[in-house]
Design a protein around this ligand. Structure first.
Ligand code: ATP
Length: 301
């Protein structure tokens, strides 16, 4: 143990404004055209010197977050330490605000946060390229949690091209009871599309234009999630939540990533607040959170 001070890193959630999914690859993953937008719902990861690797977590639903070495934050610390030939002795505390297993990349955010926090705590001085390589090893969504903003992810989502965004988009996120397993949703996608000949995934030019101009009205009809039918098949009640949000004034509604969180794009912050109120009052969700994006990726606070 040393007397080095703790390092806290704040990491945003993501929403997939487009998730185009190709057929299953021989390695079981799917090729994606994944347009990520980082939104202002955050987990904070604090790294403190310790005698051994330890993870703690506070916040909603943290009973569903593993605190052993399967936690993605712990795996991130281990990978960074192994590359630098040091012991991964650190206490990682996760202050969770991103819904657990909600399709908003909460675990990925914690992994990116732990990586940046441990790099600063241990003085490992990893390059951005090295951090991104470790992120890609940890999971498809982890590189985006590091960089934030908006990006197109190719491959399994980890090959990122940053995207220009010309404004702020306002969202409501309806948190459902329980989670949905991402592998289970992909398995359902495979089952539903078995005989349908899945086309190669491509980013929509209309969607990229709408991001570039910051035009929520143009973005709304371009929002698309190929996993939505699979998420609705596994959780049919989400259809009523989507309808409740658009009835309440959202420009568009979609399942966030693999769900079961649903995302509602609104024309401004005031409308987001009233859609959130309406969703809570009419009762199809457990919590409704308002957040805007794009916001920066993992940042030391
Ligand atoms: P994605 O959007 O990237 O598919 P998600 O937001 O749907 O992910 P996560 O919150 O990342 O889902 O959690 C998925 C599962 O990962 C959890 O059920 C849990 O068992 C495991 N897990 C491992 N580490 C973490 C972590 N730090 N936070 C939350 N879950 C974690």
């Amino acid at each position: 143990m040393t007397d080095r001070p703790a390092v806290t890193v704040r990491v945003p959630a993501k929403v997939n404004v487009q998730l185009a999914v190709g057929g299953a690859r021989p390695d079981g993953f799917h090729d994606l055209a994944n347009v990520f937008l980082a939104v202002g719902l955050y987990d904070e990861v604090t790294a403190t010197p310790a005698d051994a690797l330890r993870v703690t977590a506070t916040g909603p639903d943290t009973d569903r977050v593993p605190l052993d070495r399967t936690n993605l934050a712990a795996r991130a610390a281990e990978l960074l330490a192994a590359r630098h030939g040091i012991a991964p002795d650190v206490h990682l505390h996760i202050a969770k605000d991103i819904p657990v297993a909600g399709g908003m990349a909460g675990g990925s955010a914690d992994a990116a946060g732990a990586l940046v926090a441990c790099d600063a705590l241990w003085g490992t001085g990893a390059t951005r390229e090295e951090l991104l390589a470790i992120c890609a090893e940890l999971g498809s969504d982890v590189p985006f949690s590091l960089v934030g903003g908006a990006a197109l992810g190719r491959g399994r989502g980890e090959l990122l091209t940053p995207l220009e965004v010309g404004g702020t988009f306002h969202w409501v996120f309806a948190v459902a009871d329980g989670g949905l397993s991402t592998p289970a949703v992909y398995a359902e996608f495979d089952r539903l599309t078995e005989n349908a000949g899945v086309p190669a995934p491509e980013a929509s030019p209309a969607l990229l234009d709408a991001l570039r101009t910051g035009d929520a009205t143009a973005l709304a009809p371009a929002l698309a999630n190929d996993l939505q039918p699979a998420a609705l098949s596994l959780r049919p009640s989400l259809a009523a939540t989507l309808t409740a949000g658009t009835t309440a004034g959202a420009l568009a509604a979609l399942v966030s990533g693999s769900g079961p969180t649903t995302a509602f794009l609104t024309k401004d912050a005031d409308t987001a607040a009233s859609v959130a109120d309406a969703l809570l009052t009419s009762g199809p969700c457990r919590a409704a959170r308002v957040a805007a994006g794009p916001v920066p990726g993992a940042t030391v606070v």
